[in-house]
Design a protein around this ligand. Structure first.
Ligand SMILES: *[C@@H]1O[C@H](CO)[C@@H](O)[C@H](O)[C@H]1NC(C)=O
Ligand SMILES: *[C@@H]1O[C@H](CO)[C@@H](O)[C@H](O)[C@H]1NC(C)=O
Length: 617
């Protein structure tokens, strides 16, 4: 009776146990679920019982005379054992042989006398069959085997990198004790390193220098953190040339923490086969496919989410259908996923009309109703501009090509866009729409007559300057706003360079643009960012606004707004005048209308002083 009272007191103490997390791989021979107890045990008929929390099943019932197979769930029969003298030593650890992913769950070790029982430990077992695949390039200087856990690791955390294939060996140990160091395989000597601040960041990735094909195989990162043993498998694959790490962030060690066993149970359903996480497409392509596949059926409540690296929602699939209201406007109407994705496991995303702006790293994430991540995969999308055009700074015009053989509706809207708020040209309802065009391109652009008919939507840009070095998007949409086509052209206009020798009468910084600029146009030639070289406002020069160094030295065309000749003549150039000059043209409202840079180089004249002896005496 006395024992029972004491026993009862312990009951209260024992309730607040945090589950230790033990991670193991499917092919492990066995895993040990620790349970050590140094307290009082009931005198009469004590027994240790391991139960699986989420299944309410008895894993093992262990009495003084040994385990009782009649009182354990048959799925554990022959697979579990405890040390025969467990009740004497207080070591109630359970050896679990051939763990299966379906064994993932929470296990509780208790001691009881049949009336009362004390919960001693709880262990969250996670049997993983997922892995991260890393490809190494032939000539790479190093390769990083990724492994991340929680930030702020306790000081006594230990980390081990081992290789299980072709043979077992210790690759790297943290902390680096001489004993552990001695066990290390010679093959890896002085070629491995881990980040110095790994305890703070939780990033226990391994860097392997000068990797060769001999280094390929299966690596395991094991983190001993408090009572937890966390593992992650990384497969280093010698195939493939690009130095690209296929980041299958499949259930990184820590995601698992704090989850219930029932959730862990799903893990074995999912295995990612995808190897290459990189996709390249030409901007202007109809669409691009971001691959993401799982091999087996997903749970019915699966939520699939594609996000970009800024965490913008690209596509959301939930409750059995696409949720377009939850996706970012930038991607709305542009994405598509397989209708039967839960059955097919094909979570690939089709992104229509990819452009440079879509260059990103996309993450495909599957979670269940409770928000538990079941799988994650990343795809890096590279978008290349199809047309790259480079011209000199003095050409009168440049053609930005955009052609299609598709039949476009007669009422299609054509836009040449430089940035969302800077349109180079708009064509709609059978005519150009200069009202929608940015001032910057006013009177400088021209398109074919009736472009939707001919399919030639190319744009002629007059008097291009370095200020026009941008990516232009040729976009065609239907009357109701559906995008029919997008193509991109990268224009590079070389910066104008002028060279002159000191002593010259004057030098011209050229700047030609279209004639007939609006009457309220003002402009400023600057050197660098701050030095005002010349100002023209209210139809006249403003000498009082210019830097004194340039007073009486600059001259511009008297009728510059009419002629469009904004060139600056600088007299008596000296070496000090060398540098970058910029001309900014503004409208009265302050909108930038034109912009040009000129690099001036004034070379010093070789000076020969009379009387200087050629040969020193
Ligand atoms: C407890 O027993 C297991 C075998 O059942 C053994 O592997 C383990 O090392 C023991 N733990 C301690 C702390 O003695
Ligand atoms: C680990 O310690 C040993 C000496 O105990 C030293 O020779 C070795 O360079 C150390 N390794 C690393 C990676 O710091």
């Amino acid at each position: 009776m006395k024992t029972l009272v004491m026993f009862g007191i312990f009951l209260h103490v024992s309730l607040r146990i945090q589950a230790a997390v033990i991670e193991v791989f499917e092919e492990a021979q066995s895993v040990l679920l620790p349970c050590l107890y140094g307290g009082i045990i009931p005198e009469e008929d004590p027994f240790v019982i391991w139960t699986r929390n989420d299944h309410n099943s008895q894993v093992i019932l262990f009495l003084r005379e040994g385990s009782d197979p009649e009182r354990q769930n048959q799925i554990y029969r022959g697979r579990t054992s405890m040390s025969p003298d467990a009740l004497e030593t207080g070591n109630y650890s359970l050896t679990f042989r051939k763990p299966q992913p379906s064994d993932s769950g929470n296990y509780i070790c208790s001691i009881s006398d049949g009336v009362k029982s004390i919960k001693l430990t709880e262990v969250q077992l996670n049997v993983k069959d997922v892995q991260v695949e890393v490809k190494m390039s032939k000539d790479a200087e190093f390769v990083v085997l990724p492994c991340k856990t929680s930030a702020g690791l306790p000081k006594d955390t230990r980390v081990e990198w081992t290789r299980s294939e072709p043979g077992f060996m210790l690759v790297h140990a943290y902390p680096n004790t001489s004993a552990r160091n001695a066990e290390r395989e010679e093959h890896f000597y002085s070629r491995t390193a881990m980040y110095e601040d790994l305890l703070r960041t939780g990033d226990v990735s391994l860097t392997l220098r000068d990797p060769t094909a001999r280094d390929s195989g299966r690596y395991v990162c094991t983190v001993y953190r408090d009572k937890d043993i966390l593992r992650q498998r990384v497969v280093l694959d010698p195939e493939g040339t690009p130095i690209w790490v296929t980041v299958l962030l499949v259930l990184l060690v820590l995601v698992v923490l704090g989850l219930t066993g029932g959730v862990l149970f799903y893990f074995h359903f999912i295995r990612v086969k995808q190897r290459d996480g990189r996709v390249t497409v030409d901007s202007g392509a109809e669409s691009v496919l971001l691959p993401c596949r799982t091999t087996k059926n997903l749970p019915e409540d699966a939520r699939v989410e594609w996000r970009d690296k800024d965490n913008e929602k690209v596509h959301v699939y939930e409750n059995g259908s696409d949720q377009s209201s939850k996706q970012s406007p930038f991607f709305r109407t542009r994405t598509k996923m397989d209708k039967n994705l839960l059955e097919t496991g094909d979570l690939s995303l089709t992104l229509k009309h990819p452009t440079i702006g879509d260059k990103n790293i996309y993450t495909c994430k599957v979670s269940n109703r409770d928000g538990v991540v079941l799988m994650m995969k990343q795809v890096k999308l590279q978008v290349k501009v199809q047309h790259q055009i480079t011209v000199d700074s003095d050409v009168e015009s440049v053609l930005l090509p955009c052609r299609t053989t598709d039949h476009l509706p007669g009422d299609a809207r054509v836009e040449w866009i430089q940035s969302p708020d800077k349109k180079a040209h708009v064509y709609e309802n059978g005519s150009d729409q200069p009202g929608e065009q940015s001032q910057f391109y006013r009177t400088r652009t021209k398109m074919d007559e009736e472009p939707p008919m001919t399919g030639d939507l190319s744009l002629t840009l007059r008097w291009p300057t370095d200020g026009d070095s941008e990516i232009f998007t040729c976009k065609v949409s239907s009357k109701n706003g559906v995008v029919l086509m997008k193509k991109q052209v990268q224009l590079e206009v070389k910066v104008c360079q002028v060279e002159v020798e000191e002593g010259a009468e004057s030098v011209l910084l050229p700047f030609r643009t279209t004639p007939d600029l609006p009457g309220d146009t003002g402009l400023e030639w600057r050197k660098g960012n701050y030095v005002t070289v010349h100002v023209y406002q209210n139809n006249s020069d403003q000498p009082e606004k210019q830097n004194r160094f340039y007073i009486n030295r600059t001259r511009m065309d008297e009728d510059l707004l009419k002629t469009g000749d904004l060139s600056l003549s600088l007299s008596r150039p000296t070496e000090r005048d060398s540098g970058e000059y910029r001309c900014l043209v503004y409208s009265w409202k302050g909108n930038l209308q034109r912009e040009k840079t000129v690099l001036l180089k004034v070379k010093a004249r070789r000076q020969i002083h009379e009387g200087t002896p050629l040969i020193p005496v």
